[in-house]
Design a protein around this ligand. Sequence first.
Ligand code: NAP
Length: 314
Amino acid sequence: MTEDVRNVVIIGTGPAGYTAAIYAARANLKPVVFAGAQPGGQLTITTEVENFPGFPHGVMGPELMDKFREQSVRFGTEIHWEIVTSVDLSNGRPFTVTTSERTMKAATVIVATGASARLLGLPRENEFMGHGLSACATCDGFFFRGKEIIVVGGGDSAMEEANFLTRFASKVTLVHRREEFRASKIMLDRARANPKITFLLNREPVAYEGNPEAGGLTGLRVRNTKTGELEVVEAKGCFLAIGHVPNTGLLGGQLETDEKGYLKTVPGSSRTKIPGVFACGDVQDSYYRQAVTAAGSGCMAAIDAERFLEAEGH
Ligand code: NAP
């Protein structure tokens, strides 16, 4: 009996995964896509996207991702709404992709698993999520109308989220562990000029205050990095904007990563060190992290996979 081996298995459904699917499907490769834990990816938790070319008046993130999905399906993409739990790349090809529902053999694999918000790793963090703690201002800001809010971080995301949250909050305290900022000058200046934002610098978060089961978060305990002094910043909401981590757990360390944990690809391509395995989107890009660059790299991955299969006489 011959083994059923799929040409291209794509893991992830952000702009990278869906664009790879559109290209692979149009190349008649009948790609299979696993949607993952957050179908549609990070754009599904944003509001309006104003910088995606082709939408002069903007488009809502979830709507944009729905259009990506529809376009991929139009050309014959097979989507499974499942989470890939592991990928075995160790025994050469075909590779094995496993979900809770099935095991599938793949001639090529495109990893487009994206990145997720970084958390602080403090006690009871998961319990406080949704009870005053959030890593998505656009998703949860609305719940804090008229309340005091904390934003943690000193990059562009923290400035953007702090500004955005002043639409709802009575006061936003921006807690940052240093005096220097990674944020660009324009974003920092905008936050500094906002009368609702107060900066609390050289403060490192050490604990969440309150009870996730009754009343939720009441504040954030911070340590002054200069004096060591502890204090509690009172707030009903705390938003983490401390960067992202690439979603590589399912690979179990089989692919090479850089010092930040992002997948390494051969420069100018989507090829990883393992022939037949390609990576695209935020899982291999800590620098640009844009929907349009992710889509572009998804296109590269599909073309790389197609040429790889062609060279093999597929
Ligand atoms: P980022 O630039 O890496 O900044 C992360 C911030 O979180 C840093 O200030 C960092 O502090 C702090 N941080 C990290 N771990 C921490 C911890 N455990 N405890 C306390 N603080 C911690 O990440 P980002 O702001 O998400 O931005 C990522 C990329 O997206 C950047 O290239 C940015 O320019 C871009 N971006 C652009 C826009 C825009 O232009 N509209 C908006 C958002 C993001 P340290 O500085 O001390 O390390």
